[in-house]
Design a protein around this ligand. Structure first.
Ligand code: DOR
Ligand code: ZN
Length: 349
């Protein structure tokens, strides 16, 4: 049993297996935050226009590397955005490039910049078959978009309507169920046969849906899939800190300009790149499982993606520090989750 009095822990440098870096001036602002914490990250392709080809992924990778400040190291692991028109050839090119590590499924209309997403997986049969053949994982935003389905039920319904039939048809397809938010998803990933894993965000480990409405509407706690009720949070914590090696970090850090979050129709996304690892440490520490953090943060994801584990180490100290109210984001600013609040863990320099 770990001590609640642990004052510091040293762990293998973690990776972030789900990250939105955006592009242009915004990219320049947020990239150093991720690079300070994480060695590598799976980079989401939901730009405008989306990254749908290997050529675009390679060009985006170049832009990321050029935005990296001198002296920092960071390895972007690129993804393609799956559309109804993605060809098997494109998948083959992606795999052969060595730069593309997954293909992202956004059901059309599910979230930010998902308009070009998949309307029905049956249109993607050829692409999915090729992914299965070459071992390129499908990274799923696992929510149905049917407006008849309650927003809080869309992940659980996705398992029955989309995931189960897909896995029956393509049992060898490697899958990452991204940013899971429910006990149903945690249970499914724990028990399922075959090559499936899931990312869990720090905010879904730390908060339930009450956080969105605490004393008024709190747009910075709004993300998709939306925070769920407490029983689900407990199930996610149990999965992240338990013995299954199928769960790992994916911050889903998703910066939006402050004025578009604090808006009559605010964007979905929590900005956590600044303090991602510290948030996970807080969540694990709260349930006395800080000793389980390294497996979740630094081993499980690398193993699933068949990447070497990182060699260098980072140290987290139990010490208070106050998060800024906002940080620059291109021409504007982004408000981090927990802005202005005191953090309990800090990454040593
Ligand atoms: O909250 C979210 N923000 N969920 C997503 O799926 C997309 C992301 C974004 O790109 O802003
Ligand atoms: Zn995301």
């Amino acid at each position: 049993m770990p001590s609640q009095n642990t004052q510091q822990i040293t762990l293998t440098r973690p990776d972030d297996f789900h990250l939105h870096l955006r592009d242009g001036a915004g990219l320049q602002s947020v990239l150093p935050h991720s690079a300070k914490q994480f060695a590598r990250a799976i980079i989401m392709p939901n730009l405008r226009p989306p990254v749908t080809t290997t050529e675009q992924a390679i060009a985006y990778r170049e832009r990321i590397l050029s935005a990296l400040p001198e002296g920092m190291s960071f390895k972007p692991l690129m993804t393609l955005y799956l559309t109804d028109n993605t060809t098997a050839d494109e998948i083959k090119r992606a795999k052969e490039s060595g730069f593309v590590h997954g293909v992202k499924l956004y059901p059309a209309g599910a979230t930010t910049n998902s308009d070009a997403g998949v309307t029905d997986l049956k249109h993607c049969a050829k692409a999915l078959e090729m992914m299965q053949q070459v071992g390129l994982p499908l990274l799923m935003h696992g929510e149905v978009t049917d407006p008849e389905i309650d927003l809080f039920d869309r992940e659980a319904v996705f398992i029955d309507r989309v995931l189960l039939p897909l896995r029956k048809n393509m049992p060898e397809l490697r899958i990452v169920f991204e940013h899971i938010t429910t006990k149903e998803a945690a249970q499914y990933v724990t028990d399922a046969e075959g090559d499936i894993a899931a990312t869990i965000t720090a905010h879904h480990l730390l908060y339930n849906r009450n956080a969105i409405f605490q004393g008024g509407i709190r747009p910075h706690y709004y993300c998709l899939p939306v925070l769920k009720r407490e029983t689900n949070r407990q199930a996610l914590l149990a999965a992240a800190t338990g013995n299954s090696n199928r769960f790992f970090i994916g911050t889903d850090s998703a910066p939006h300009p402050k004025e578009l979050k604090e808006h009559a129709c605010g964007c979905a996304g929590c900005y956590t790149a600044l303090h991602g690892l510290e948030l996970y440490a807080q969540a694990f520490d709260q349930v006395g499982a800080i000793d389980k953090l390294e497996t979740f943060a630094s081993f499980n994801g690398a193993d699933f993606y068949r990447l070497p584990r990182n060699q260098d180490k980072v140290t987290l100290k139990r010490q208070s520090w106050v998060l800024p109210e906002q940080v620059p984001f291109g021409e504007t600013v982004v408000v981090p989750l927990n802005a202005g609040e005191t953090m309990q863990w800090q990454l040593a320099q």
